[in-house]
Design a protein around this ligand. Structure first.
Ligand code: URA
Length: 229
């Protein structure tokens, strides 16, 4: 981890203040003064700020129910960030493992542990994401078979990985995918001549959405472990 990030993760300092202190020689790594904020450090190193040993906050693993009209970003942009109405602290340290569009609702997993989120987002890990999909037109009947065998999305050179379609009613379906291409669900239905009018993520891996829109909770140890390979 970069030294400035380590200092931020162990204190209440913001990045600019952490960099200033590092450049002023206030930080030592294994008793040596290090003045480059981009120096790589490891948690096993003894890192001190003005003589006080720094201990980074433990990783956080959060489940949130993203409301419609928010974006999966740490800061407000055209729409407010999904963090804007929460009391989650140090959101600048967090990232979202598999973003949702502004108009999509449902389950998002949030963490500051990049190794852990890799197992969720990397297609080769085959982590299932289940979406409930509202459609503008009734399905025709051949979609499940086409999704099972993979379809070529516009602008892509490789077909989608096998996906599972469960039909709840002609315009209300569940789609299970194991990758997260840009606008993937909307593009998959567009490729079979339909249009998504409502999209909600219900499950990632074994973790089910169980809080109301806008609410969040920490994951249990079992839920965290379920994503480790
Ligand atoms: N697929 C989409 O098209 N949009 C999302 O938000 C998630 C998956």
């Amino acid at each position: 981890m970069r030294l400035d990030k380590f200092v931020c993760k162990s204190t209440a300092l913001n990045r600019a203040d952490a960099i200033q202190l590092i450049q002023n020689g206030a930080v030592t790594v294994n008793e040596q003064v290090v003045t480059h904020e981009f120096a790589q450090v490891h948690e096993n190193n003894t890192i001190q700020l003005q003589g006080h040993t720094l201990i980074p906050r433990p990783f956080r693993y959060i489940l949130m129910h993203k409301p419609a009209g928010t974006i999966c970003s740490n800061i407000d942009e055209v729409y407010p960030s999904l963090f804007s109405t929460t009391n989650i602290e140090h959101t600048e340290e967090l990232h979202i493992a598999g973003r949702l569009d502004a108009d999509t609702t449902g389950l998002v997993l949030i963490t500051d542990d990049g190794h852990w989120s890799f197992n969720i987002t990397t297609p080769t890990q085959h982590c299932e994401k289940v979406y409930r999909v509202g459609l503008s037109r009734p399905i025709r009947g051949d979609e499940a078979d086409r999704f099972k065998h993979g379809i070529l999305l516009q602008g892509e050179s490789k077909p989608t990985q096998p996906a599972k379609l469960d039909v709840l009613s002609p315009q209300d379906v569940l789609l299970t995918i194991t990758e997260g291409k840009f606008h993937q669900v909307k593009r998959m239905f567009s490729a079979v001549g339909n249009r998504v009018v409502a999209l909600h993520r219900e499950r990632i891996g074994e973790v089910l959405l169980d809080v109301d829109a806008g609410e969040w909770r920490y994951l249990s140890d079992e839920e965290i472990a379920s994503f480790r390979s």
